[in-house]
Design a protein around this ligand. Structure first.
Ligand SMILES: Cc1ncc(COP(=O)(O)O)c(C=O)c1O
Length: 418
């Protein structure tokens, strides 16, 4: 009796509490779209299902990979028992100095006129860059991004207050670069426009200009007085060589462009969740650098005051310790090579099955992603009938392919595409 009357009393209080709640301010907020792949993949109980939608490297067993150089650097950082004081607004200087050398090269003329800040990985660097251009770029506040581009580019730049336009990049028919279209769009944009270029391993297509094409692109950009903003999220991870992958960035700087650059250490160091990156502005001279640096600080301070220190310390330890640096170079190449091998295996398997289709783009593309050329309907069929999950644009993450699942994947693609 006692207990049930107590229950009734507490229920009454609960009712009374809800009834005095104010109407929700969020009542009219619309539901955003679901994250399709993850949910469908999770719901599938087939034990040989394949997830090719993830944007992170997996080892040949399909497992997340922590680089041994990263483990060693992290142990050194922890053993140093450093304090947890705030970093400065632009981050850990040992990290940013080394990140600049990695991107621009040790002998670059840009290094002593470079304003650089640590950032919340590549996305954060793009965000600071977008905000910097929106506030300080003297020309039109429109940024041209490739068609297609990483899905977050348009979202980040729009949220920075920039107008976003597209330039031709991908040719559906050749599953390759629409080089003529790209140069034509560079030429027809108003003088002094902002162009966003993927430095290497274009996401989502895996299609990059050749060095010769980059040289022509640079000449076109210079002739029009455009500003080049490079997004380098995959340095070393694309070809296996940090210098090869930085070709476009270094070529533009050598040709006199005062570029802006976003760097990420998510992929090449596997530091995804540590959120470590950098944004830099090449300036005319040290005096200009000082002014630009002060404005970057004015942008960063109200966003997050100063960046987290742990990932920066790990990356700095690797970049500044010769033995760890050499080890890291080998490990980055190991990741790039596994991806290159999986591309070749997928193509071989498709050809062995008797596919009459030309799959050469699978191996000519570079980086984590491959554009298969499959239609949205064919991608749906892959998911429904073969438990192979990826985005509907036909992009697959090659990092999700393993020696074990590659033949089943090839069979599934063959059944869908022929
Ligand atoms: C082209 C491109 N830019 C930037 C990023 C940013 O990644 P993060 O913020 O994890 O460094 C990615 C990640 O997938 C990317 O593909």
């Amino acid at each position: 009796m006692m207990l049930s009357s107590l229950r009734i009393a507490s229920r009454r209080t609960a009712v009374a509490r809800t009834s005095i709640r104010a109407a929700s301010a969020w009542a009219k907020i619309p539901q955003g779209p679901p994250v399709r792949i993850t949910e469908a993949f999770k719901a599938d109980s087939f034990d040989k299902k394949i997830n090719l939608g993830v944007g992170a490297y997996r080892d040949d067993k399909g497992k997340p990979y922590v680089l041994p150089s990263v483990r060693a650097a992290e142990e050194k950082v922890i053993a140093s028992r450093l304090n947890k004081e705030y970093a400065g607004i632009t981050g850990v200087p040992e990290f940013t100095k080394a990140a600049a050398v990695l991107a621009y090269g040790a002998d670059s003329s840009a290094l002593d006129r470079l304003a650089i800040t640590q950032s919340i990985s590549g996305t954060g660097a793009l965000r600071i860059g977008g905000a910097f251009l929106a506030r300080h770029y003297p020309g039109a506040k429109t940024i041209y991004i490739p068609q297609p581009s990483w899905a977050n580019h348009a979202a980040v730049f729009k949220d920075c207050g920039l107008e976003v336009e597209k330039y031709a990049y991908y040719n559906k028919d050749t599953i390759g670069l629409d080089y003529e279209g790209m140069v034509a769009d560079i030429n027809s944009a108003p003088d002094g426009s902002i162009f966003l270029f993927h430095a290497c391993a274009h996401n989502p297509t895996g299609v990059d200009p050749t060095p010769e094409q980059w040289k022509e692109i640079e000449a076109a950009v210079k002739a029009k007085g455009h500003h080049a903003f490079f997004d380098m999220a995959y340095q070393g991870f694309a070809s296996g060589n940090i210098h090869t992958d930085a070709f476009a960035v270094r070529h533009f700087v050598a040709e006199g462009h005062n570029i802006t650059l976003s760097q990420s250490f998510a992929k090449n160091m596997g530091l995804y969740g540590e959120r470590i990156g950098a944004f830099s502005v090449v300036c005319a001279d040290a005096e200009e650098r000082k002014r630009v640096d002060s404005q970057v600080k004015i942008l960063v301070r109200p966003m997050y005051s100063n960046p987290p220190i742990h990932g920066a310390r790990i990356a700095a330890e690797i970049l500044n310790t010769p033995a760890l640096y050499d080890q890291w170079l080998i490990e980055v190449k190991g990741m790039a090579d596994r991806i290159i091998t999986m591309r070749a295996l997928l193509k071989d398997n498709l050809e062995k099955l008797g596919s009459k289709h030309d799959w050469s783009h699978i191996t000519s593309q570079i980086g984590m992603f491959a554009y298969t050329g499959l239609t949205p309907e064919q991608m749906d069929q892959l998911a429904k009938e073969h438990s192979v999950y990826a985005t509907r644009d036909g992009r697959i993450s090659v990092a999700g392919i393993t020696s074990e699942n590659v033949s089943r994947l090839a069979e599934a693609i063959f059944k869908v595409k022929g």
